[in-house]
Design a protein. Structure first.
Length: 347
């Protein structure tokens, strides 16, 4: 199963890059490889029906985020401010159920990536359509390899897991409505929107710097649950900083297309294996993957590395500060923070 996950992620993201390099259109291949981030791991005990349902659930946030990025980007618009509002709305809607929380968290991360892609071109529809196409390619690869894995290695894959009774839509809505009656139901949306608003203000005030990375890092670091101690936030911030340095130095050497595809494939194949095992290592591998697909194929401007490091530190400080303020506010209001545990909704 882990081998299938590694192959799907690695080939799914490296394939478009290699094809783009061979065709002489590396930026297009890199745009398509972004879609591979949307396809999740092959769950134990999943049959074809369950796998396809999971893939559709993973692809939907990417498609909606891409469409939203197209609508809010363009001359005379304020995509960063609109992104903060959309992220707040998504965070609020995510309280409806755990699957909705996972989907909306993915939506926020992909929205940050899609807005950055749209900002680099005057015609965002093309690159974002490639992102969706790359996601569909990786999803098809996942289905094919999943079928082969179930045929040749049925143990641990073919058995359908037992389903626990789920609450009805009416029960979920009633519970969600109750949570919105107090501050605890709004704390995630408020923290996320506040951090993204500050990120937008900083980017607008210093447009010559590459502070788009603040919003993306905020989207990656902000968790639905408030951590008592910012251990994971600190770990992920450190991993992000290490990944930024490694990837930026790699891009600075302008590697050939085949080497870039190989690097992306290796990073992508390790990503699903580390996600549930080592948070710091996962962040250290995830960040350079995003940096490579967003920055490779373009000349590395002077100061980009410093800007990204500063942006990473600013984002981490914003997230930790927002957590502390929200925790204090909840304590004063006598409303305990939600305690359902952190959601593993990283792309």
């Amino acid at each position: 199963m882990e081998l299938v996950q590694a192959l799907v992620s690695g080939i799914g993201m490296a394939g478009p890059v290699a094809l783009g390099a061979v065709a002489g259109h590396l930026p297009l291949g890199l745009a398509a490889s972004v879609g591979g981030l949307a396809v999740g791991a092959l769950a134990p005990g999943s049959n074809l029906k369950i796998q396809i349902r999971g893939l559709l659930a993973a692809l939907a946030p990417l498609a909606v985020a891409s469409l939203a990025a197209i609508l809010i980007s363009g001359p005379g618009r304020a995509p960063d401010a609109a992104m903060a509002l959309l992220a707040a709305a998504a965070a609020t809607i995510g309280g409806y159920s755990r699957p909705m929380a996972v989907a909306t968290t993915r939506f926020v991360v992909f929205l940050a990536i899609a807005v950055n892609l749209a900002d680099t071109t005057s015609h965002p529809i093309g690159p974002l359509a490639l992102v969706v196409a790359g996601a569909l390619w990786t999803a098809c690869l996942s289905v094919v390899l999943g079928v082969l894995a179930r045929a040749f290695f049925p143990v641990g894959l073919a058995t359908v897991p037992a389903r626990t009774p789920a609450a009805s839509p009416a029960q979920k809505f009633a519970r969600w409505k109750r949570t919105l009656a107090g501050l605890s139901g709004w704390q995630f949306a408020l923290r996320l929107a506040a951090c993204l608003a500050v990120a937008a203000a900083l980017r607008a005030h210093w447009p010559s710097h590459h502070f788009y990375w603040i919003a993306l890092t905020v989207a990656l670091l902000t968790q639905r649950q408030i951590e008592a101690f910012p251990v994971k936030t600190t770990q992920r911030a450190l991993g992000t900083a290490l990944g930024v340095v490694a990837a930026s130095l790699f891009v600075a050497y302008s590697p050939p297309g085949w080497l870039l595809a190989l690097a992306i494939g290796l990073l992508a194949s390790v990503r699903p294996l580390l996600r549930a095992r080592n948070y710091l290592a996962y962040s250290a591998f995830m960040t350079p993957l995003i940096v490579l697909i967003l920055s490779a194929g373009r000349p590395l401007e002077s100061g980009v590395l410093i800007d990204r490091l500063i942006a990473t530190l600013i984002a981490a400080a914003l997230v930790i500060a927002a957590n502390l303020v929200a925790k204090a506010a909840l304590a004063r209001a006598g409303s305990p923070p939600p305690g359902a545990g952190p959601l593993k909704a990283s792309p």
